[in-house]
Every structure is written in C-alpha cells, then in structure tokens.
Design a protein around this ligand. Structure first.
Ligand code: TXA
Ligand code: MG
Length: 338
C-alpha cells in the first residue's frame, strides 16, 4: 500500500479514506494518532495490526463534540461535565462507563469503559466533523517505539501499512494526553500529561488519585498500556540528575563509541563536551524538552553506532511529571550513577 501524505487542505480525501475503512494518521496537539472509524470493527482491527499492538490494550475514541460522548456513555457526572467545559478541546482524556453494546470489543479491549478525547487541533476536528463518526486513535508509532510528533515519524514507522497521513507539522505538547479514569468513585490519573492533578482538583474539588500501581506483564492493569515496554530506542537511555552531569560526561569520554546527549541549551553551554558526544538540544526548559523528547529518542535511534543516550532529568512536577514518566520508561528506569 502506498501511504499518501495529505495536506491540511485535503481533509475530504483523508475523510474518504476513513470512510473506506482505511487508516489515516492524524495530528493532535500532543502526538500524532492512528485513525480509523471507531464504529467499523474491521477498520479498528487494522490499527492493532499496523502498530503491532497487543489486542488487550484499548484505544482512545476521538470526538469533535461533547454530544457524541453523551450518546455512548452512561449519564455524565457534574464533575465530568465541568472538566469537559474546562479542558476540552485539550490534552485530557477521560474514561467513562459505556452504555451496553455501543462500541466493539476491539475498541475497548473487552472493558465496559472507554477513553474519550477531544483534541485541540483544528485540522483533526475538521476531519472528524467531515467524516461524521468518532475515530479511534492510539499514538501512530510502532508499538514500543517513541510516539510520533511529526508526520515524518509516522511515515518512518508505518509507511506501506496505512493509507495516509494528514500532515500538520510538529505537534505542540509532545507527550500524550493525561488519562483520567472517571468510571470509578474516585477519579484517578492513569497516565500523567500536560493537564495536571492540581488543575483537575481545582475544577472538581475532589482529590484525584495519582499513585497508579505499576503492574507486571501478567497482571491486568487499570490502563492496559501501562504494562508494556514503551518509548524504547535501541540504545540504552540513562537519566542524568542535575548534579551528575560532569561525572556523566567524564564517563562518556571513556567510551569507545559515540554517546548521545539530550539536554537543555543552558546545561549544554555550561558543560565541556567530549568530542565523542553527539548532542540533541531539548531547548530551554521542561516545556520545550517535552515537545522534543520523542524526536530526540528517534534521532538517536536512527544511528546504530550510538549505544548510550544520556538524557536530562527534570523535577517530576506538573509537565515534568509527564516528561519523567515517558523518559523513565524509555530508560527502563535507569539513572546514571557516578
Ligand atoms: O495524546 C494522546 O492521548 C494520543 C493522541 C493520538 O490522542 N493517544 C494515545 O493513545 O496516546 P494510546 O493508545 O497510545 O494510549 C492510550 C492509553 C493506553 O495506555 C491505554 O491502555 C489507555 O490509554 N486506555 C485506553 N482506554 C482505556 C480504558 N477504557 N481504560 C483504561 N485505560 C485505557
Ligand atoms: Mg501509545
């Protein structure tokens, strides 16, 4: 299959590919998603095949209005409606209890709940409206690889396997949406993202659980995606704490091959870099670092001579929590130890 690149002016072409049951990757403000008609089970099955995604890992349903969610789920709580009014369109995915038999098991992974998201991207909202149905959208990467933040990343992983990619340039946020479980009595964040627990609590005035148990491969986790290896480039990633950079670069200098370094511009100008180090700048702060994290991991993944990547750690607060959640997964939780 030839994978077409659609411009933002080619919404109709992208929508007609979806209508034929084909897969079209779409931009959001977080990462690119892999779109298929959420109401066409055969199309949704292709999503799992193209990504190599385990079938028990459910998909997020993307909508362009709140009414569509209301048609599919049990009556929304006051809190849920306030959250929608505050954060939609935006980087908050919410899980609700479904009405019976409204979505296929292929979408839900056999659960009685589903995750919903109203992305903040005009092109994709126009695509969903033109198409007329909600679309499923896991991140448009090969399962286990860093999520795509450009159309080129999607092309790299999925060309030949999908009908098209709607190209709207680099995504803004760079890490995937916050996943908030609203199907239980206490709301719980299953995946941290740009919308923080404190922001959610300020709207619903109830405590939000954030300490989500990290499960093993044989357990059934709350968010099934959490048990799988994620964001992993071929090289070993090591997270470097602020105080350990000099020691980390001394160690890098002794390596016989090139070492990748992902750090902010301020840090890079403060340090003396050995000649066998290749730098990928994360910009000036945690916001730019989140925007560039996956691009950096992918950059080094294309270089087989790089066996180690040293990556800057941030305080796990606000957006830093989402950044560190992804970076720790890509590093298998390994920190550089002097
Ligand atoms: O920012 C995003 O959320 C991106 C863009 C494309 O919208 N999408 C995304 O989808 O990250 P995906 O499939 O890569 O991650 C969705 C996560 C997975 O960990 C999945 O297990 C969890 O949400 N999830 C989906 N439905 C669920 C449900 N009903 N209950 C619990 N977890 C669910
Ligand atoms: Mg994903």
């Amino acid at each position: 299959m030839k994978t077409q690149i659609f411009s933002t002016a080619e919404i109709d072409q992208a929508a007609s590919a979806l209508a034929k049951g084909e897969l079209v990757a779409f931009p959001t403000e977080t990462v690119y998603g892999l779109g298929a008609d959420a109401l066409n089970e055969a199309a949704v099955k292709k999503v799992y095949a193209a990504k190599g995604r385990p079938s028990d890992n459910p998909l997020i349903v993307h909508v362009a209005d709140i009414e569509t969610v209301k048609r599919l789920v049990e009556p929304l709580s006051e809190g849920a409606q306030q959250l929608m009014a505050t954060f939609w369109p935006g980087s908050l995915t919410m899980i609700f209890n479904l009405k019976p038999n409204v979505l296929s098991k292929t979408v839900t992974g056999g659960l009685t709940t589903a995750a919903f998201r109203f992305p903040a991207n005009e092109t994709t909202l126009a695509l969903i409206k033109t198409f007329g149905h909600p679309i499923v959208g896991p991140s448009a990467n090969t399962s286990g690889k860093p999520s795509p933040t450009t159309a080129q990343h999607v092309y790299h992983d999925l060309h030949g396997k999908i009908a098209g990619i709607l190209d709207d340039g680099a995504t803004k946020v760079g890490v995937e949406s916050t996943v908030l479980d609203m199907s239980t009595s206490q709301p719980a964040i299953l995946r941290p993202g740009a919308v923080t627990a404190a922001q959610i609590e300020a709207v619903i005035h109830t405590p939000v659980a954030t300490e989500v148990h990290q499960v093993g491969i044989k357990e059934t986790p709350k968010a099934p995606g959490m048990k799988y290896k994620h964001y992993a480039p071929a090289a070993q990633v090591e997270i470097v704490n602020d105080e350990d950079w000099s020691a980390a670069l001394k160690w890098a200098k002794k390596q016989s091959s090139k070492v990748g370094v992902m750090a902010t511009t301020g840090r890079l100008t403060d340090l003396t870099l050995p000649s066998n180090v290749e730098v990928f700048s994360l910009g000036k702060d945690v916001t730019s670092a989140s925007h560039l994290l996956f691009a950096g991991l992918r950059h080094f993944d294309d270089e087989p001579t790089i066996h180690y990547i040293l990556a800057e750690g941030f305080t796990p607060k606000n957006l830093g929590l989402a950044y560190m959640n992804r970076l720790k997964k890509s590093a298998g939780n390994v920190f550089f130890e002097p």
